[in-house]
Design a protein. Structure first.
Length: 247
């Protein structure tokens, strides 16, 4: 049951080190075209892709994303934005009401954006490139907005470093299938806890081996810690200021 697509999907790992080779324009064009062929809720296509190849801008974005140096080092950094601005123009063109206050619209745009981004990453990998998505782009959304001249109704959702891989990291083990896939109804808490304990062992082993023993917490411990404090609390105000009301 293996084929090239399945092998590509199941050999995913994020790439954070790149060779100095530039990405040819025709390769970039295939990547963004593939992104555009993602399905879209109600065909709203509520996203935009900002291609950043300007060295100064990449450097600034790497700092704004929390000092992630691969943003600066990759030849091309893509910023995927949820985007209802283009849709606001359709309302202007046709002099209709523009109603985007509901949370539904943010969900639609975020999902569309993520689908386009993943298509881009898969297309890039199929052409020999590698990359990593960068949620750090949401650390300082106001500055990102200013740097990239983002209009109202746009939200930078994720960045993506792209380039030719200069590393082949281990694959990170995923959650056991039994804890993720449910048949006909959601399974019992007991099953989930059993699988999570199993995953804690698997992932702890992975981190111990990968870091030579420096890091040993498994996934459940890491997630418990990750979710123990609020994150990016500034986003609500930013999103509201961009014209989405959370109604
Ligand atoms: C939306 C999104 C945002 C992410 N943001 C970052 C980031 O800011 N920095 C980073 O190094 N990795 C980031 N990642 C990569 C994840 O850390 C990575 O996908 C995860 O640890 C699993 O590892 P793998 O992709 O190598 O399998 C992000 C991934 C996604 C999907």
């Amino acid at each position: 049951m293996r084929n090239k697509t399945i092998e590509l999907l199941q050999s995913h790992r994020s790439i954070r080190k790149f060779t100095a080779d530039p990405i040819p324009p025709e390769v970039l064009d295939e990547i963004v075209t593939s992104a555009q062929w993602a399905p879209s809720s109600h065909h709203v296509q509520a996203y935009s892709i900002i291609v950043v190849d300007d060295a100064e801008k990449k450097k600034t974005l790497s700092e704004l994303a929390g000092g992630q140096k691969y943003v600066d080092e990759c030849p091309i950094f893509l910023v995927f934005c949820a985007d209802f601005y283009r849709l606001s123009l359709t309302a202007e063109m046709h002099e209709t009401n523009f109603e985007i206050a509901e949370v539904e619209n943010i969900l639609v745009a975020a999902v569309d954006t993520a689908l386009a981004a993943e298509n881009a990453l898969i297309a890039a990998r199929s052409l020999g490139l590698g990359g990593v998505m960068i949620g750090g782009i949401r650390n300082n959304p106001e500055q990102v907005k200013e740097l990239l001249a983002l209009p109202p109704y746009t939200i930078p959702i994720m960045g993506m470093c792209l380039g030719y891989p200069n590393q082949q990291p281990w694959q990170k083990p995923r959650t056991p299938k039994n804890a993720v896939v449910h048949y006909n109804q959601y399974q019992s808490k007991e099953t989930l806890v059993r699988e999570l304990n199993h995953y804690e062992d698997i992932s702890s082993d992975y981190y111990k081996k990968r870091t030579g023993g420096v890091r040993s917490d498994g996934w459940t411990k890491q997630m418990a810690s990750y979710l123990s404090k609020p994150r990016r609390v500034h986003l609500k105000e930013f999103i509201q200021n961009q014209g989405f009301d959370f109604k």
